[in-house]
Design a protein around this ligand. Structure first.
Ligand SMILES: [Zn+2]
Length: 329
C-alpha cells in the first residue's frame, strides 16, 4: 500500500467516498481523468508538458482544477469547492512511492536530483493527498481496470526501455526494493551489448523500442516500429528478419513474466504498441515457434494471454486515479 504524503489520513484518501483524479505525466503531454467512486470516468483532459519542476507542478495543478470544475448545469459532484479525495500521479523516472519523490526524470527537465514531486503538488493543491508511482506501474493498474477486472495482469512496456508492471490480487507487486517487474535488466547474453544499467546483454538491449530503432533506423523518430512492421508486412526480407528477431526477444520477456508471475493477461504497451494487431501477431508467432519442441511451454498457452493496450484510452491516468484504493475483496 502506498503511504500518504499529507492530508486526511488513510481512511479518507484510501476510501471510495469521493472523486479521485489520476494524472499521467509524460515527456510530451499530461493526461488527466476524474473518476467517480464507482470507477466511471467523469472527465478527461490533455495538456502539453512543460519543462522543469515548477512548470510541471503548475501545469499538473491546472489540469486537476480543470477536471474538478463543475460543468455548467450538470450538478456534478465536483467543483471548485470540492477538491478531489486524492490525486494519483504516474510519472517516468525512479519513483519512491513512499516518499513521493522522483529521480532521473530527464524527459521532464527535472535535472539529476530527486524531486519531492508529491509534496510539491500537494502543497500547490492546498493539501490534497498526492500519491506518486512509476508510469509503467500505473499503466498496469489502469490496464487491469479496463481489460481484466479481477484477474492478475502484467503490463509489458515496450518503450525506450523495457519494464513490466505486475498486478496480483488487485495490488501492484513492488518487491522489497521496488525492482519487481524490472525484467528489462535480466542479462541474457554475456557477450551482448553494454546496457546503461552497467550490465551486458540485458533483455532491454534487444527487446525495447530503442533496440528496435537501433536495428531498424528508418522512419520518423518514434515511428520506427510502424515503419518496420509496414515494411515487413509488405514482404521486405530485411524487415521481416529484423521484426522476427525483435519479436523473439519480446516473446522471451513475455515468457519471463509467465514463468515468474503466471498472470492471466500479458498486455503489450509503450510506444511500440501503436503498431497494433501486427505487433500482437508477431509476438504470438514467436511464442508459438519457441514452444514447438516443448510440451511444457505449449501447455502454458502463453500466446493466448497476450493483448494490446486499447489505443487512445487514458489507461495510465485511470490507473493513477486508482492508486491507494484498496483492492476489491
Ligand atoms: Zn540493463
Amino acid at each position: 500500500m502506498t503511504t500518504l504524503l499529507t492530508g486526511r489520513g488513510p481512511t479518507a484518501a484510501g476510501g471510495r467516498d469521493g472523486v479521485r483524479v489520476g494524472l499521467d505525466i509524460g515527456g510530451t503531454k499530461i493526461e488527466g481523468v476524474a473518476l467517480a467512486p464507482d470507477g466511471t470516468v467523469l472527465a478527461h483532459r490533455r495538456a502539453p508538458s512543460p519543462e522543469g519542476v515548477r512548470a510541471v507542478v503548475d501545469a499538473a495543478a491546472a489540469v486537476v482544477a480543470d477536471l474538478t470544475r463543475e460543468p455548467p448545469g450538470t450538478g456534478a459532484p465536483t467543483g471548485p469547492g470540492r477538491p478531489p479525495t486524492a490525486v494519483g500521479v504516474g510519472i517516468p523516472g525512479l519513483v519512491d512511492p513512499v516518499a513521493g519523490t522522483v529521480g532521473d526524470a530527464v524527459n521532464l527537465g527535472f535535472g539529476t536530483a530527486r524531486v519531492p514531486f508529491g509534496r510539491a503538488l500537494s502543497e500547490r493543491l492546498g493539501g490534497v493527498p498526492v500519491l506518486v508511482e512509476n508510469d509503467v506501474n500505473v499503466s498496469a493498474l489502469g490496464a487491469r481496470e479496463l481489460l481484466a477486472p479481477g484477474g492478475d495482469l502484467a503490463l509489458l512496456s515496450l518503450g525506450t526501455g523495457l519494464a513490466a508492471g505486475v498486478v496480483v490480487g488487485g495490488v501492484l507487486l513492488r518487491g522489497a526494493r521496488g525492482a519487481a517487474g524490472e525484467i528489462g535488466h535480466l542479462a541474457i547474453d554475456p557477450r551482448g551489448r553494454a546496457c546503461p544499467c552497467g550490465q551486458r546483454g540485458c533483455l532491454e538491449t534487444v527487446a525495447s523500442g530503442a533496440a528496435l530503432r537501433r536495428a531498424w533506423p528508418h522512419g520518423d523518430e518514434g515511428r520506427s516500429a510502424e515503419h518496420l512492421f509496414a515494411a515487413a508486412g509488405a514482404g521486405d526480407p530485411a524487415a521481416v528478419a529484423v521484426r522476427d528477431e525483435w519479436a523473439a526477444a519480446v516473446a522471451l520477456a513475455v515468457r519471463t513474466l509467465a514463468l515468474t508471475c503466471d498472470p492471466e493477461r500479458v498486455v503489450l504497451g509503450g510506444g511500440v504498441a501503436a503498431v497494433g494487431a501486427p505487433l500482437r501477431e508477431a509476438v504470438a508467432a514467436a511464442l508459438r515457434a519457441q514452444a514447438t519442441g516443448s510440451a511444457f511451454l505449449r501447455g502454458l498457452a502463453v500466446e493466448d494471454r497476450i493483448s494490446l493496450l486499447p489505443p487512445g484510452a487514458p489507461v495510465a491516468a485511470v490507473g493513477a486515479a486508482r492508486l491507494g484504493v484498496p483492492a476489491p475483496g
